[in-house]
Write a protein that binds this ligand. Structure first.
Ligand code: GLT
Ligand code: MN
Ligand code: MN
Length: 414
C-alpha cells in the first residue's frame, strides 16, 4: 500500500470504522445513564513523559460533540472549566452561565461536579495538609464546587483525594490527616444542606473515589474498601450523604477483583457512581476505554450490576490514547467505547436469561443429595456434592461462549 496522504486519513478511518459494522444510534445510547467528563474529551495526550498530541478543546465543543454522539450527561472538575485564579469570583459565575447555556442548547445535563484537589501547587501536601490555611482553601474549593453543582443542576459530587498521602514516611501523622480530610467533606456536606434547602433541591450524592497509587508515594485511602471504613469511622458528620465512586481500573491497579470490590460497595449500600474504563493489573492509571483489555471481566461486572439493578451513572473516565487524533476522539473513541459498553450490558442480560447458566446455578444452590445420616461427616458431604461442582467451570465456559457469540450459532467444524 502507498503512503496515505493526510487528507485521505480521516476518510480511511471513517471507512474502516463503518466496516466494523453495527453502531448504536444516539437515541439508543441516550437510554443509558452514561456521563462524559470534560477532562476525558479535553485530554491532550500529555503525561510525565509525554508531550501533548492533540489541540485544546473547550467545554462548548465537548458538550456539542457529546450531544451528537448520544451522551446525555456531562461532568467536570471545577478547574477544568474555571481558571483557578477566578474560582469563587464573579467571573466564575459568568462561565457557569455560559456552561448552562451550552448544556441547554444541546439538550444536555450536568450530572456531576468534582473538585480538583491534586493538580494545583497548593495541594502539594494534600487537601488535608497540616497547614490550616491550606485546609481552609480546600474547604473553599469543595464548598464552591457544591455551589457550582447546584447551579448547574448536578446530582453528584465526586472526591478523588489525589495527593492525600506522603512521599516520605513519617512526614505526616495519618490519623490526624484523615480527620482533617473528613473536615473538608463535612464542610462540603454542610454547604450542600444549606444550598439545597435554599434552592429547594435535593442534596447531592457525595461519592469518594479511591486510587491505590499516584500521585503521592503512599496513599492514605488507597481502595474503595478503605473508603468504606473511612465513611463508617465516625469522622464524618453525615455518613449517609457520602458513598462511593469506584473506578474499574483503580480496583484492578491494586490487584483486586473489581467485581468483588463492587459487591462490597453494594452490600454496604454505597455503590452510587461508577467510573468505567479498562487497563492492567498492578500498573499505572492508563485509563484505557472500557472493554478493550478485559472484556470477559467487564461482562462479569455488568452481570453483577444488572442483577442488583444498578443503572448508573456510568462515567466514561478514560483517556483516549495519544495515538488517537482529535477527530478520532469524537468519531471513533467515544462512540466505540459507549457501544462496547452497551453491547456488554446487553450480553449481561443474556447471561442472566441463559438457561444453561440458570440451570447450573439452580443446581449448585440446591446442592448434592447427602445420603449419609451423619451431618458432621465432611468426606460424605464432599462425595455427595463433588460431581455437581464441575458446573463452576461449565458456567465460565458458557460466559466465554456468550462473549464470543458462540451461543448464537457459531460452531466448530471438524
Ligand atoms: C483524576 C482521576 C480520575 C478521577 C477524577 C475525578 S480526577 O482525573 O485520575 O480517576 O475520576 O476527580
Ligand atoms: Mn476516575
Ligand atoms: Mn483512572
Amino acid at each position: 500500500m502507498n503512503p496515505v496522504p493526510v487528507d485521505q486519513q480521516q476518510p480511511l478511518v471513517e471507512k474502516l470504522y463503518a466496516a466494523c459494522g453495527g453502531a448504536y444510534t444516539p437515541e439508543q445510547r441516550r437510554k443509558f445513564f452514561i456521563t462524559g467528563p470534560q477532562w476525558a474529551g479535553a485530554y491532550e495526550g500529555n503525561a510525565l513523559f509525554h508531550a501533548p498530541t492533540r489541540r485544546p478543546v473547550g467545554f462548548e465543543e465537548i458538550i456539542a460533540r457529546y450531544a451528537e454522539i448520544g451522551i446525555n450527561y456531562w461532568c467536570t472538575h471545577d478547574s477544568d472549566v474555571i481558571p483557578a485564579t477566578v474560582l469563587g469570583k464573579q467571573e466564575q459565575w459568568d462561565i457557569v452561565g455560559q456552561i448552562g447555556e451550552a448544556l441547554r442548547k444541546n439538550a444536555m445535563e450536568c450530572s456531576m461536579v468534582t473538585t480538583e484537589t491534586f493538580f494545583h501547587p497548593v495541594f502539594a501536601t494534600s487537601p488535608a495538609s497540616e497547614s490550616p490555611s491550606i485546609r481552609e482553601y480546600a474547604k473553599f474549593r469543595v464548598t464552591n464546587t457544591v455551589a457550582i453543582g447546584h447551579e448547574l443542576g448536578a446530582s453528584y459530587a465526586v472526591y478523588w483525594p489525589g495527593s492525600l498521602g506522603y512521599y516520605t514516611p513519617g512526614a505526616v501523622e495519618e490519623t490526624e490527616t484523615l480527620k482533617w480530610y473528613a473536615d473538608g467533606l463535612n464542610a462540603a456536606c454542610k454547604a450542600d444542606l444549606e444550598i439545597a434547602a435554599k434552592k429547594g433541591r435535593p442534596t447531592l450524592k457525595h461519592c469518594m473515589e479511591a486510587k491505590p497509587f499516584e500521585p503521592q508515594g503512599e496513599i492514605l485511602l488507597p481502595t474503595s474498601d478503605a473508603m468504606l471504613g473511612f465513611i463508617n469511622s465516625g469522622l464524618l458528620e453525615h455518613p449517609e450523604m457520602v458513598g462511593l465512586n469506584p473506578e474499574y481500573l483503580h480496583e484492578l491497579m491494586w490487584g483486586g477483583s473489581v467485581r468483588a470490590a463492587l459487591a462490597r460497595a453494594l452490600v454496604n449500600g454505597k455503590l452510587w457512581h461508577f467510573d468505567i474504563n479498562d487497563g492492567y493489573r498492578l500498573k499505572h492509571d492508563v485509563d484505557i476505554a472500557v472493554g478493550l483489555v478485559n472484556p470477559l471481566d467487564w461482562l462479569n461486572v455488568l452481570v453483577l450490576l444488572r442483577s442488583h439493578d444498578f443503572h448508573g451513572p456510568f462515567n466514561l473516565d478514560y483517556k483516549p490514547p495519544r495515538t488517537t487524533s482529535t477527530h478520532g476522539v469524537f468519531h471513533v473513541s467515544f462512540p466505540s467505547a459507549i457501544d462496547r459498553f452497551i453491547t456488554l450490558w446487553e450480553m449481561a442480560g443474556e447471561v442472566l436469561e441463559d438457561s444453561v447458566i440458570k440451570s447450573a446455578t439452580d443446581a449448585l444452590k440446591a446442592g448434592g443429595l447427602v445420603t449419609s445420616t451423619d451431618p458432621q461427616d465432611g468426606y460424605a458431604i464432599f462425595e455427595a456434592n463433588k460431581e455437581l461442582l464441575t458446573l463452576h467451570e461449565l458456567i465460565a465456559h458458557r460466559l466465554v461462549q456468550i462473549l464470543l457469540g458462540l451461543h448464537k450459532g457459531r460452531v466448530f467444524l471438524l
